[in-house]
Design a protein around this ligand. Structure first.
Ligand SMILES: [Zn+2]
Length: 122
């Protein structure tokens, strides 16, 4: 089991017992290491928020900033749903258009099939 380092820039500055390591006289607070991390990178939401506060704008600039309004049109506003108050056996599945409110019947197989869509672009 390999341990990964928390990527929070200030992880080592938080005074928790599990971060305090070393022998008496030379103890230090250390970056947490975990086999499982939040988003695979952070020990907790505080470290995640620290990272985003420090690097978020740079990351968005690097990977592509939204610079104009995006539109979800009628052609792509279909969502799979079902009547939530019915029980599993008698449940009715439908495709509902979030703009026109039109509904079309769906089979259970179509509902479960992640490749099945009425939307023009997935
Ligand atoms: Zn951390």
């Amino acid at each position: 089991m390999t341990l990964k380092y928390c990527q929070g820039p200030d992880c080592h500055t938080y005074h928790t017992q599990d971060r305090l390591k070393g022998i008496k006289g030379s103890k230090t607070y250390q970056t947490r290491r975990r086999s499982r991390l939040l988003f695979d990178e952070f020990c907790d939401t505080r470290c995640y928020n620290d990272w985003f506060s420090t690097y978020g704008t740079q990351a968005v600039d690097h990977y592509g900033r939204v610079k104009e309004v995006k539109h979800l049109t009628e052609e792509n506003a279909w969502q799979k749903t079902y009547d939530w108050d019915s029980d599993y056996q008698t449940r009715l599945y439908v495709y509902r258009n979030g703009i026109t409110k039109e509904q079309r019947p769906l089979t259970k197989q179509q509902y479960d099939d992640t490749n099945y869509t009425l939307n023009e672009r997935g």
